[in-house]
Design a protein around this ligand. Structure first.
Ligand code: FAD
Ligand code: NAP
Length: 280
């Protein structure tokens, strides 16, 4: 991600002649760059059609040609900001995954199909007004939170923002430098909110970091201590994104404390994005 850009001038950020082909449902975009965090975790930046609009927290549907000559479509959260002239995604490569297979062979200059619409409900406008925004991510669930963090609306809506990212191994803590840069960015000095970044590594012992999972850190109070902030029904607005099992656990944990999931007709304090279905 490039430097924070709070300008609303999307048109000025998109180079001309980006999308090569446009059908009724999708545009064909070009892969501009790839960044491998590990052999199974990559970020992919593509061109962006000037008409592709999204709210931070939304996902796009991406299509890649499979070996069987059909196009495989999968949802991917947008990592880049709503005003960047490109789209960025972060993806885990799943062994033998139908979409992961063609994705693992992708190169700069290749094409990728992008559905013209963006989707999702995990956006800050779904919440009842609050003071503290908690962004709890596992793995690639970090992605939409980066887009949310790169939107000035977020910084004006909250006093405190806490970003918690749980990964198996420290090398999977993607975008660490960018997150530190957001914290240090002088632009934010003029905005009201403060960001705390709490990385969680579960399968490796690191100094000053316990290998506990997020629900355990919440239950025993360690997350609140690390964030120097309490979970509070009036103040806290909580987003959880990634592994469906943590979503199930945290939905139970927070609803037992009186928090309610956002509904279209009734804004609440919780929003979730499940990245796959639990196996029965
Ligand atoms: C709303 C939404 C947004 C999503 N955004 C992203 C995103 O930003 N980045 C991303 O990598 N994936 C994201 N996914 C998952 C993505 O759509 C694909 O499922 C994933 O790329 C694997 O596709 P596949 O066809 O290779 O395997 P699938 O057949 O789709 O999945 C096989 C199995 O892989 C595991 N799996 C799938 N996705 C992940 C993941 N992200 N992390 C860890 N394990 C996983 C699950 O056990 C799943 O059952 C999102 C899914 C949804 C529903
Ligand atoms: N070498 C490989 O082939 C390879 C390597 C990496 C990933 N993968 C694939 O990628 C997938 C895993 O990707 P991932 O590591 O990004 O996602 P993940 O399994 O969801 O793990 C990401 C983080 O979420 C935590 N977590 C998982 N379930 C949780 C729960 N119920 N409550 C709280 N925290 C929870 C994990 O902790 P824990 O560590 O405690 O589970 C980890 O810190 C696998 O399905 C695998 O297919 C493959």
């Amino acid at each position: 991600m490039d430097k924070l850009n709070y300008s609303d001038d999307l048109a000025a950020n998109i180079p001309s002649q980006t999308a090569t082909i446009s059908s009724a449902r999708f545009t064909v975009e070009t892969v501009l760059s790839l960044r491998y965090w590990t052999p199974n975790l990559l970020s992919c930046r593509t061109s962006r059609d000037p008409n592709f609009r999204f709210t931070p927290g939304h996902y796009a549907r991406l299509g890649l040609q499979s070996k069987k000559d059909n196009v495989i479509w999968r949802p991917f959260s947008v990592v880049s900001s709503k005003v960047d002239g490109y789209l960025e995604f972060i993806a885990t490569l799943i062994p033998n995954g139908e979409f992961s297979d063609p994705l693992s062979n992708i190169r700069e200059g290749d094409t990728i199909q992008v559905d013209k619409a963006s989707y999702g409900f995990m956006t800050i406008d779904g919440f009842a007004p609050g003071k503290d925004l908690w962004l709890l991510a596992t793995g690639t669930g970090l992605g939409p939170f980066l887009s949310i963090l790169r939107d000035a609306i977020t910084w004006n809506a909250f006093e405190n923002i806490v970003l918690v990212h749980s990964v198996r191994y420290a090398v999977e803590l993607a975008y660490r430098d960018e997150i530190q840069a957001i914290i240090q960015d002088h632009l934010l000095e003029t905005l009201p909110a403060r960001l705390r970044y709490i990385p969680v590594v579960t399968r490796e012992f690191l100094p000053d970091m316990s290998p506990a999972r997020i629900p355990q850190l919440i239950e025993d109070g360690r997350l609140e201590i690390a964030a120097n902030l309490k979970f509070d029904l009036k103040r806290s607005r909580i987003m959880v994104c990634g592994n469906p099992e943590i979503i199930r656990e945290l939905r139970g944990l927070f609803t037992a404390r009186g928090f309610q999931t956002n509904r279209r007709a009734a804004p609440g304090q919780l929003a979730f994005e499940n990245y796959w279905l639990n196996k029965p």
